[in-house]
Structure formats: structure tokens, C-alpha cells
Design a protein around this ligand. Structure first.
Ligand SMILES: [Zn+2]
Length: 195
């Protein structure tokens, strides 16, 4: 499994690249206030914690069971969309404490959920099989392994579908992060210049 820092970097530098780009620009132009910076740090904290969320059982199992098992909490696989959705509620809780507004708390929840899902995608990219659809489908799968499936091994339609599903999943997680960020102080707009 990728190291914890890799999960945090994948989320901050790749999935939330737009946030990092906008923040760095504001820092270099000296446009960012200490309050704005605090908001960014809170987002980085929530994103970082949520990006590590599916590995939370590593700490539990080391302390309680003396093992480094980190993909199951008892019979429940932590690397599943179901378990990752707990990050959504964690984000809502932190968001409400920080902003005291229900709508912003929901957006923080979506941001945290995108971070948690990005963990599953990076583990998948590292060629581990993930219990995405537990308990509906209990066989671990690696969606990204289909990306390099050869046309000769299946039909052209299968090849296209395999590519679409993995890339679309990555796209959806990035869109979730952007959607949440747009409501948490970041603005992404197309402003055509008048010629
Ligand atoms: Zn993991």
C-alpha cells in the first residue's frame, strides 16, 4: 500500500490541484490574509485526515491486535465506498464546528468524501484490489487494471468501457473536490477576455 504521505500528496497536489494552484498564486501575489490562510490550513487538515481515513484501522490493529492489518475492521473492509462514506460525516462534523453553517458543513463533508475516495483510487493505481462495492459485491477488484487491457483480449466495446469507468471515477472524485471547494471560498470561473 502507498505510504500515508503519498495519499495526502495525491489528494492535495493532484485531486485538489486547483486549490493548491489558487492558494500558491495568492501567496506569491501577497493577496492572502492570515484568516484566509487559516481556512486553507483547515481544508488541508480535513483533506489530509480524510485521505488517510481508509487506513484508520492500521492504528487500531497495531494497538489492540498487534498486527499491521489495515484493510479490515473486524469483518468490515475499510477500503470500500461504504466505509469511506464515514469521512463524509466526519467532514460535516468538522465543517459545522468551524463554520457554524449547515450548507458549508455539507460542502466540507463532500470535500472529505472526495479525499477518502481518492485513497481507494491511489491504492487501486498501486495495483491493489479494493472492496469498492462491499457489501453488495464482496470480491475485491482493481478498476485501473482494466486500463491497460489489450484490445486483442476482449471486444473493442469492452476496451472502451474499461477505460471509461476508471477515468470517469477519477473525474468524479476531482469534480466532487472542485464543487466543494467552490463553495468553501475558492472560485473557478472562465472569464473570456474582450478582444
Ligand atoms: Zn489503503
Amino acid at each position: 500500500m502507498p505510504y500515508p504521505i503519498a495519499h495526502v500528496m495525491f489528494f492535495v497536489l493532484c485531486i485538489s490541484a486547483a486549490m493548491t494552484y489558487v492558494t500558491l498564486g495568492a501567496v506569491f501575489r501577497k493577496e492572502i490574509t492570515p484568516t484566509n490562510m487559516l481556512n486553507v490550513i483547515i481544508l488541508l487538515f480535513v483533506g489530509g485526515i480524510a485521505a488517510l481515513f481508509p487506513d484508520v484501522t492500521a492504528v487500531y490493529n497495531i494497538l489492540v491486535n498487534g498486527t499491521i492489518e489495515h484493510v479490515n475492521l473486524g469483518p468490515i473492509p475499510t477500503h470500500s465506498i461504504l466505509f469511506s462514506s464515514l469521512a463524509f460525516f466526519m467532514g460535516i462534523g468538522i465543517g459545522y464546528v468551524v463554520y457554524r453553517k449547515y450548507d458549508k458543513a455539507i460542502y466540507m463533508g463532500i470535500f472529505a468524501e472526495s479525499a477518502s475516495l481518492s485513497h481507494l483510487l491511489l491504492d487501486d493505481l498501486a495495483r491493489y484490489e479494493i472492496d469498492y462495492f462491499y457489501p453488495l459485491y464482496n470480491t475485491p477488484i482493481s478498476i485501473f487494471s482494466y486500463v491497460d487491457s489489450s484490445i486483442s483480449r476482449g471486444s473493442f466495446l469492452h476496451y472502451l468501457l474499461a477505460c471509461y469507468i476508471s477515468i470517469m471515477l477519477l473525474f468524479v472524485v476531482i469534480m466532487m473536490a472542485l464543487f466543494a471547494l467552490e463553495h468553501l471560498g475558492f472560485e473557478f470561473r472562465f472569464r473570456p477576455k474582450n478582444e
